[in-house]
Design a protein around this ligand. Sequence first.
Ligand code: ASP
Length: 313
Amino acid sequence: MSKYAIAIHGGAGTILKSKMTAEKEEEYKTALSEALMIGENILKDKGTAIDAVEAAVRSLEDCHLFNAGKGSVFNSKGGHEMDASIMEGKMKNAGAVATVTGVKNPITLARKVMEKSDHVFLVGEGVEEFARLHNLEFVDNDYFYDEFRFNQWQEIKDSDSFQLDHSDEKKEQKFGTVGAVALDMEGNLAAATSTGGMTNKKFGRIGDSSIIGAGTYANNDTCAISCTGSGEFFIRNVVAYDVSCLMEFKGMSLADASDEVINKRLLEINGDGGLIAVDANGNVALPFNTEGMYRAYAKSNGESAVEIYGDKK
Ligand code: ASP
């Protein structure tokens, strides 16, 4: 039987067991398990990697716990602007959207850009026009309302500061961006990432999540990657593509390449976050340099895990 593998994330950051209630932990794990299962079932049934990553990310976008789709953070105007991207590793087709408002599942919109346009990246008013043209589901602003995230925005809305997703203490940072990477039984790789960006963001700020090569990348010869963390640093280090380059040009393994990028190169410029990665042999790597990262993976050999924390408790 050919191999498959899938990994997902729901963001990295200051996620400590000591700060989490058992109830909340259970909620996160259930949401992660559900998204993982949706993606894995597609791969088990000989479905494609691109279908698996889109479906897994849609499931996370529909959950209020994560900073993507329904759970997207508030921007400086009290609205929600979402970024997403998707890529397949065989022909390196890709689709990306940014500053999207009102669309229920931005990842599906990114896929439409990939499959139904001659372009890769759409932003601004045009992206909404494109979404309507392709009958994407729109939702009212109320759909995105979440009391916790509203209060979080209230705290900083009159300042110039912005914040990466929710945090109980000012210094804490959590990046609730979501993503998925997969290898299907045909040997094809795919990656998808979706986010609401940063609380109180302004000036049309766009992070790494919708940028091919920075937050998302897939190449059948090397790996599929989805990132989460301080987007500006991931853009500057072209993180997702860098992992692929280390494998292609230096012959590094998936584990070594992704560890080098997250725990060395990103730290050198004070960047924080993590990534999920899968290679053409079905190896999975989930490195992060923050306290925790919501993450899960499953492989055709039966191996699987749903995890939240790192070594620091
Ligand atoms: N990378 C995302 C951004 O900068 C944030 C996150 O990972 O939550 O927009």
